[in-house]
Design a protein around this ligand. Structure first.
Ligand code: SAM
Ligand code: SF4
Length: 471
């Protein structure tokens, strides 16, 4: 049994990252024969992509996907610990699974993802959720076949969570959700240690994949008809810094663009590591999408400092203005309100930066204390009430939504290319995304799914656009 430990997870050394080439042990082949799996995913794109690997691993040992959780032989919860509500959702689901397991005692229930890396979570599971068969951490995905095998031979809860800086595993099987757009990891972990954030503890140190491995993956996707790749990392702009091989995100973006895959995206950008060369490359290649997600978190220099974000409001604005020079660019952001010590004045600074940047969209959150992070200690002395924080969030969202609407309205009557993704929730409509990541609904048929088509915008709302096909 290997239990998580936040103190160990915090450590960073200069030790070389170990590279592992995944190979399936013959012992585990076919252990899932005639059995089915159900994977429930919470959280960010990183988790969504991990679930694609989990499903790939399960299929490689004979399991088949089941869309009905209640009938599956193995249920895996891939969890997120970024905020309290993600946490609560996963525990709520564990409660539901307890009843399910009473009816079907042979069902295997497992938990993985960021919550698995937290001591408090694993202790609670061991104490109160004995129906969980095993827990595996973010560094242990490739252990899944072994854990299932062991579980089939030993019914005790098995905890397999390494609290290490992490290694690099190449060659994991993958079952991609989409046949035309794909996530490609370029960098794992994070060394920024923003004071509110649990990610550097749950995901380990910054580890970049080798450029050749990434390009091989992109080329293979292109050969298989994929239209879009999204290069993934908690902080993609730090790509390559840990490798010392003389290349960075600018070089990688350029090489990925040269594969001629129709659309290249990258997410998430940290303002600290964004260089002028990266901006030049984004400008230079038509197939690099003109869309940047650039979290600002706060507009107050005092709060940015307490958050450990390593930039000031002015430095952020300078970068923002450089990015705005890219023709047709759309920029979105993340903002936290109610960070411990945030006064009304600090909050007004946040509204100010939103007014300055007029973002195309934003994800906004109320600060949520995470055990083990420095800000959680500040939170103990925080005097702002939850009600005040909710009011701030409301005011912020009103402002953000007005700018999203404004930017969408500017698109009216113009033509854009969208990659069609599927049937919309709206009756008889299809949906897709523009190059700048705007959601467009339009009348069309299912043959268009996976294709890039021209659309004229005929109506604009805050969160989506309506369009019509241009022949
Ligand atoms: N690495 C990215 C970055 O630096 O912006 C994103 C990381 S996180 C998955 C996505 C967003 O969650 C962050 O940008 C931040 O706004 C928010 N977040 C992280 N920790 C939080 C916390 N403790 N409470 C509230 N929001 C949080
Ligand atoms: Fe968390 Fe900051 Fe790292 Fe983003 S850059 S993952 S917010 S620590």
């Amino acid at each position: 049994m290997e239990l998580p430990n936040l103190d160990k997870a915090r450590k960073r050394t200069k030790n070389k990252v170990e590279e592992i080439n995944y190979e399936l042990n013959d012992l585990y082949k076919n252990i899932g024969k005639n059995k089915t799996f159900y994977v429930k995913t919470y959280g960010c794109q990183m988790n969504e992509h991990d679930s694609e690997n989990i499903e790939g691993l399960l299929e490689s040992i004979g399991f088949k996907k089941n869309n009905d959780m209640e009938e599956a032989d193995i249920i895996i919860l891939n969890t997120c610990s970024i905020r309290e509500n993600a946490h609560n959702k996963a525990f709520g689901m564990l409660g539901r699974l307890k009843h399910l397991k009473e009816m079907r005692p042979n069902t295997i229930v497992a938990l993985c993802g960021c919550m698995a890396q937290e001591e408090v979570v694993v202790s609670e599971i061991l104490e109160k959720h004995k129906h969980v068969n095993f827990v595996f951490g973010t560094h242990n995905l490739y252990d899944l076949p072994r854990l299932i095998y062991e579980n089939m031979h030993n019914v005790k809860t098995n905890i397999c969570v390494k609290s290490v800086e992490g290694d690099l595993v190449e060659g994991l099987p993958v079952k991609r959700v989409s046949k035309f757009k794909a996530y490609v990891n370029i960098i794992y972990g994070c060394d920024k240690f923003c004071t509110y954030c649990i990610v550097p503890y749950t995901r380990g140190k910054q580890r970049s994949r080798k450029m050749e491995d990434i390009l091989n993956e992109v080329n293979e996707l292109k050969e298989n008809g994929y239209q879009e790749v999204t290069l993934l990392g908690q902080n993609v702009n730090a790509y390559g810094k840990d490798l010392d091989l003389g290349y960075d995100l600018a070089d990688l973006l350029e090489e990925v663009a040269k594969t001629n895959i129709p659309r290249v995206r990258f997410i998430t950008s940290h303002p600290w590591d964004f260089t002028d060369r990266m901006i030049e490359v984004i400008k230079k290649y038509d197939n690099i999408m003109k869309y940047v997600h650039l979290p600002v978190q706060s507009g107050s220099d005092k709060i940015l400092k307490l958050m450990g974000r390593r930039y000031t409001k002015d430095a952020y604005k300078t970068l923002f203005n450089k990015l705005k020079e890219i023709d047709g660019i759309s920029i979105t952001t993340d903002i936290i309100v109610g960070f411990p010590g945030e006064t009304e004045e600090d909050f007004l600074d946040t509204l100010d930066i939103v007014k300055y940047c007029k973002y195309d969209g934003a994800f906004t959150f109320i600060y949520s204390p995470r055990v083990g992070t420095p800000a959680a200690k500040l939170f103990e002395k925080d005097e702002t009430t939850l009600e005040e924080k909710e009011q701030r969030l409301y005011r912020l969202n009103e402002l953000i939504n007005s700018y999203s609407l404004e930017s969408n309205k500017r698109m009216l009557n113009n033509e854009y290319q969208i990659l069609v993704e599927g049937l919309s929730n709206k009756d008889g409509m299809m949906y897709g995304y523009t190059e700048t990541n705007k959601l467009v609904n339009f009348k069309g048929n299912e043959d268009l799914i996976g294709k890039i088509v021209n659309i004229r915008i005929i109506d604009a709302k805050s969160f989506s656009l309506d369009g019509e096909l241009v022949e």
